[in-house]
Design a protein around this ligand. Structure first.
Ligand SMILES: Nc1ncnc2c1ncn2[C@@H]1O[C@H](COP(=O)(O)OP(=O)(O)OP(=O)(O)O)[C@@H](O)[C@H]1O
Ligand SMILES: [Mg+2]
Length: 255
């Protein structure tokens, strides 16, 4: 595995976020090393997706800061924040492709609408290259409902890659997929990181995969990061909840 950089590409500092009287993020300070794969794990409903949305500016925190390199995102005006989004790609939980468009049109959409590329050939070339890269050549003219769930997931990843982001956020990319497809998607995350040099931040319930592919794991619980570090450090953690999570996740694996 290529070692990731040491400098953080994203930092959060003392993030706090409540919805009504329910405090979801209490004090989240986290560094994501540049060019790493970072996995965020934790129980369902604990605030992992809220943390993602707060980092990319879709949710405004009540307190705390988010940095992308030297830019404090939480200090930016809305337009400046939107302009920063080009550095981020996201592949969200239940993210859907546009059903009425072909796969080619789905992928071309951000190029046309966001990057304002007019050259039809240039668009076609980028779409074809990306479909080759995800090993699904020749599906340009198909519609999403003609693809399997796993293929749609890969196209979803391709769509978030087409803007050439610096950081790619994956919110549960393998949930609902069978083990073989999950492996394909996890391998795709590794390829995005290693071949394209993109920092990948992934929320996952697939604990063995997190331990296999992440350089860093952060365990979110009840509003705090309770354990973080390289997989071997997290595995050695004496924290009872983390120990439980790992024991349950690995117990059913063949030895
Ligand atoms: N926009 C919102 N308004 C009000 N409450 C919200 C909002 N977004 C999230 N929440 C609440 O915040 C809590 C954490 O939700 P979140 O989706 O971040 O959990 P999660 O850790 O991603 O869970 P899962 O693993 O099941 O996806 C939940 O109680 C949820 O209902
Ligand atoms: Mg979630």
């Amino acid at each position: 595995m290529t070692p990731p950089g040491i400098t953080p590409i994203i930092r959060t500092q003392n993030l706090r976020k409540s919805f009504n009287s329910n405090m979801i993020l209490k004090d989240v300070t986290l560094e994501i090393p540049e060019k790493s794969v970072c996995a965020i794990i934790g129980q369902s409903g604990t605030g992992k997706s809220v943390l993602f949305k707060t980092i990319i500016g879709m949710i405004t925190p009540d307190n705390g800061k988010v940095w992308f390199k030297d830019t404090e995102l939480t200090a930016l005006k809305p337009n400046a924040l939107i302009a920063m989004r080009k550095f981020f790609g996201y592949s969200f939980q239940n993210a859907a492709l546009f059903d009425s468009m072909t796969i080619g049109e789905n992928l071309a959409f951000p190029l046309r609408e966001v990057l304002r590329i007019k050259d039809h050939r240039e668009i076609q070339k980028r779409v074809a290259e990306l479909l080759d890269w995800i090993e699904l050549p020749g599906i340009t003219a198909k519609r999403p409902d003609e693809l399997s769930g796993g293929m749609r997931k890969r196209v979803g990843v391709a769509r978030s890659l087409i803007m050439e982001p610096e950081v790619l956020f994956f919110d549960e990319p393998t949930t609902g997929l069978d083990p073989v497809l999950s492996e394909t998607i996890n391998n795709l995350v590794v390829r995005v990181n290693q071949e394209l040099g993109i920092t990948c931040v992934m929320i996952t319930h697939d604990i063995p995969a997190a331990f296999r592919i992440a350089h860093k794991i952060a365990f979110l619980d009840q509003g705090y990061i309770i354990v973080e570090g390289p997989p071997e450090m997290v595995a050695a953690s004496g924290h009872p909840l983390v120990k439980d999570f790992i024991r349950i996740a690995f117990r059913e694996l063949p030895v």
